[in-house]
Design a protein around this ligand. Structure first.
Ligand code: LRH
Length: 474
């Protein structure tokens, strides 16, 4: 079998991984994060690209490269193909109030009927409306931008384009009518490409940096779409939580669900591979922990987790999706303030706070999965928890208990796996989605957590965050 490289950029770390048909090996890993500039909260695109090139050099000879990343963010090119500044980070505050304005002007129902997307304040559509597009000739989402730097080719991969709010959920083509109604310039939306489509060979400059040439192939460039493609489920009756900076919790469906109840619950219909729909909701995810750890320099994560396992259950709970947790900043203080606001004693120590975050997240997983099942009518037998969060045994156990379903944890690198497996399939070396999932099941031992404990305690806990919580975006 050939070797394939995945460039997988997450919001808090990036990596270049190599697949040789049986094993996935890390060639390079590097931190990523927001940079505060006078022009707002941004990504350091050149820094990221430098790390990508370094990783691809270390990867050795490969047949093809695929690029995926977090969703919604983009860079703008001018008419000469030059980048107009670093991409703005989705946690920047520039989109404040825009979603509400668009909903009152166009109607939230109309938007949902066209794009089937959950309302998050940072959806690309709202970012574009906050942006100055005067000199923009092309909008490229982050993985398409990296692919452009590597090959010079312009395009928009469809799974990630489905997170813009401007892709027609039925036809999977740009929603030109909506784009026009919003007054956005149609010229900036590049031709669409699908997972498995060839993008092109490396530019000579990129090949010189990497030390060899090869081709770049479109993958499911939305990281969550790649992760779901690599869920190691033997059949269709599964829910998933793709757990990293965000937890994306839901089910895989053959067609979108565009009901009023789904819209009111803020469920999204994002594009998966092979025409599948990722019917899911965003839960705030490990961001709550990552930002807490940033406030406690020197705290060892392993020790904190171990201690959190011995803390009193359900001592304090927050709605993990409260908008107050979205921006960067002091997370422990915000969690304590939320506890006080909702009449609870704030966690008294870092382990107690970690326990509060993990139980609150498990409740977020439960709420999203139960609603996904109820709204879609798609029954599930197990929850597959993939991504970095699958290494967090306490979170996996709490999620199994909260959902009342077995949790199958792993693979941790599901996103990179989904990326390389789509390339292997495009090269004719893997047959289809079922074979991709069977291969994904073999890369690391999967851990199974059976639900245990008192189910009614979780019902009460959910009632607590639902009645006292901010209600977030649902
Ligand atoms: C996860 C993710 C998620 C998006 C968010 C911006 O990395 O792609 O699916 O909603 O980042």
């Amino acid at each position: 079998m050939s070797r394939f490289a995945a460039v997988d950029l997450g919001a808090s770390s990036g990596r270049v991984m190599v697949w040789d048909g049986r094993t996935l090996t890390e060639a390079h890993r590097f931190p990523n994060g927001p940079v505060r500039t006078p022009g707002g909260l941004r990504w350091d695109l050149r820094g990221l690209y430098r790390e990508v090139l370094h990783g691809l050099r270390r990867a050795g000879p490969v047949t093809s490269i695929g690029v995926d990343s977090w969703a919604v963010d983009y860079g703008l090119l001018d008419s000469s193909g030059s980048l107009l500044g670093d991409p703005v980070h989705y946690r920047d505050e520039r989109t404040g109030g825009i979603a509400e304005r668009v909903a009152s002007e166009i109607g939230a129902e109309t938007l949902y009927d066209v794009a089937g997307l959950q309302v998050l304040p940072f959806n690309t559509v709202y970012q574009l409306l906050a942006d100055d597009l005067g000199r923009a000739a092309t909008m490229l989402l982050v993985p398409d931008l990296i692919a452009y730097l590597l090959t010079g080719e312009i395009g928009a991969e469809v799974t990630n384009a489905s997170t813009t709010g401007l892709l027609d959920v039925r036809t999977r083509s740009w929603a030109t009518g909506l784009i026009e109604r919003l007054g956005l310039p149609a010229r900036i939306f590049p031709p669409l490409r699908r997972p498995g489509d060839p993008i092109g060979p490396l530019l000579p400059e990129a090949a010189a940096e990497i030390g060899r040439t090869c081709r770049v192939t479109a993958v499911a460039s939305h990281d969550t779409a790649s992760a779901v493609a690599a869920v190691p489920a033997p059949g269709p009756r599964f829910a998933y939580v793709s757990c990293g900076t965000w937890s994306l919790a839901g089910v895989e469906l053959p067609a979108p669900v565009l009901t009023e109840a789904g819209r009111a619950a803020n469920f999204t219909n994002e594009a998966g591979i092979d025409g599948t729909v990722r019917y899911l909701r965003n839960v705030m995810g490990l961001w709550l922990l990552q930002e807490s750890l940033r406030a406690w320099p020197g705290a060892g994560f392993g020790g904190l987790l171990e201690a959190a396992g011995h803390e009193r259950p359900f001592a304090a709970l927050v709605d993990p999706d409260a908008p107050v947790f979205l921006p960067p900043g002091d997370m422990p203080s915000r969690i304590a303030a939320e506890c006080r606001r909702t009449g609870q004693e704030p966690p008294s120590s870092p382990p107690a706070l970690v326990r509060c975050v993990l139980e609150s997240l498990a409740l977020g997983h439960r709420r999203a999965i139960r609603q996904a099942v109820a709204l879609s009518g798609h029954d599930v037998e197990a929850v597959h928890l993939v991504g970095g969060g699958s290494r967090n045994a306490l979170l996996c156990r709490l999620t199994a208990d909260a959902c009342g379903l077995p949790v199958v944890a792993g693979p941790a690198e599901a996103t990179a796996l989904g990326n390389v497996l789509v390339q292997a399939r495009a090269a004719g070396e893997v047959a289809g989605l079922a074979e991709m999932r069977a291969l994904a099941a073999g890369v690391e031992p999967l851990r199974r957590y059976e639900p245990s404990g008192d189910a009614s305690a979780w019902d009460e806990a959910e009632a607590r965050i639902t009645t006292v919580g901010a209600g977030a975006h649902r």
